[in-house]
Write a protein that binds this ligand. Structure first.
Ligand code: SF4
Length: 318
């Protein structure tokens, strides 16, 4: 049985006028596909196909699968929208945790006022977390959602707008891993504490190590004879104007379109370095997978001498 309530989803599909749908899941939820297809069919919904390509966000809608199968609606599971699109239903997949776990962060928080941010799966928990922190004498602030992050307090690896909107000088990030927390620190320049709500692990994040690694990559990329400017073909990652502007900065640069940014494709083209205008997370979090430096747009600007290292900024998609 699927953990997605099929009857409720079927009702939403019918309300949206969908008669023949394509389902799309992030990799971690693809095992839900087979039972959900059965359950939706039992509800009278025609499922034309399940999109099988890797999917990491609502920036990568399987619109090609919809066109190919003559479906009339895409049901995208697991993410909130990053842009307005007709013909798409977003079915989010919220994850609960015990809000009392937020008390573990209190010893590291300076207060009295703390901004709260989290990922889409936990955005609905922020008010409960604020209540727990209020009981501990802390005032909290949550910025309204908008743009690529429609939920209050939600951050994405490509948008920290809800963190930048905070007036508090200290921010608590709630979620697993430190990638987003480091992004919040770089985007805001503020003190950031990260709390894993499942393990209770809490730490003040330090972006210096990442910055040292990024500086070394820029220096390595200076030696490249050719530099590939990667332009994503995914619906919500494509930044053609940015790619063209960056390519114009150097005669060594050429724009290369890619769907999946892989080490194999980088090796095939043989460039000495690449610049990433696709999902910003690829350059910061996945560099270890790639054979040569993958710079962010801002890092390439530093390499080309049109931006100073002191003006380093994290890449975000507007
Ligand atoms: S661009 Fe990257 S960080 Fe942004 S929604 Fe897509 S996968 Fe997530």
């Amino acid at each position: 049985m699927s953990s997605i309530p099929a009857a409720e989803l079927a009702a939403r599909i019918r309300r949206a006028g969908g008669e023949r749908i394509v389902l799309q899941f992030p990799d971690g939820l693809k095992r839900q596909a087979a039972p959900l297809v059965r359950e939706l069919r039992a509800e009278g919904i025609e499922v034309a196909a399940v999109a099988g390509d890797p999917c990491y966000g609502a920036c990568d809608l399987a619109l090609d699968a919809v066109a190919l199968t003559a479906a009339d609606l895409l049901v995208h599971i697991g993410h909130a929208p990053v842009e307005e699109r007709s013909g798409v239903i977003y079915w989010e997949y919220p994850l609960e945790f015990d809000p009392a776990s937020a008390a573990a962060a209190v010893p590291l928080l300076q207060g009295p006022r703390v901004g709260l941010v989290t990922t889409v799966q936990h955005a609905h928990m922020l008010d409960a977390v604020a209540g727990v922190l209020a009981d501990q004498g802390l005032e909290t602030e949550i910025a309204p959602g908008g743009g690529r992050t429609p939920h209050a307090g939600q951050v994405l690896g490509c948008s920290y707008a809800t963190a930048r909107a905070l007036s508090s000088t200290e921010i608590l990030y709630i979620g697993t891993g430190v990638f987003h927390a480091i992004g919040v620190a770089l985007a805001t320049g503020k003190r950031v504490v990260a709390l894993d709500p499942y393990t209770g692990e809490v730490q003040e994040v330090n972006a210096d190590r990442l910055l040292r690694r990024r500086f070394a990559l820029i220096e390595r990329a200076r030696k490249a004879e050719t530099i590939g400017i990667i332009l994503s073909t995914k619906s919500g990652q494509a930044r053609p104007d940015l790619a063209a502007r960056l390519a114009a900065l150097s005669e060594r640069a050429m724009v290369i379109t890619m769907r999946e940014v892989t080490a194999a494709e980088m090796t095939n083209f043989g460039c000495g370095a690449y610049v990433n205008t696709a999902c910003p997370r690829l350059a910061y979090d996945d560099q270890v997978r790639f054979p040569v430096p993958l710079l962010s747009p801002q890092e390439f600007e530093i390499l080309c001498g049109v931006r100073a290292w002191e003006d380093y900024a994290i890449d975000e998609i507007e």
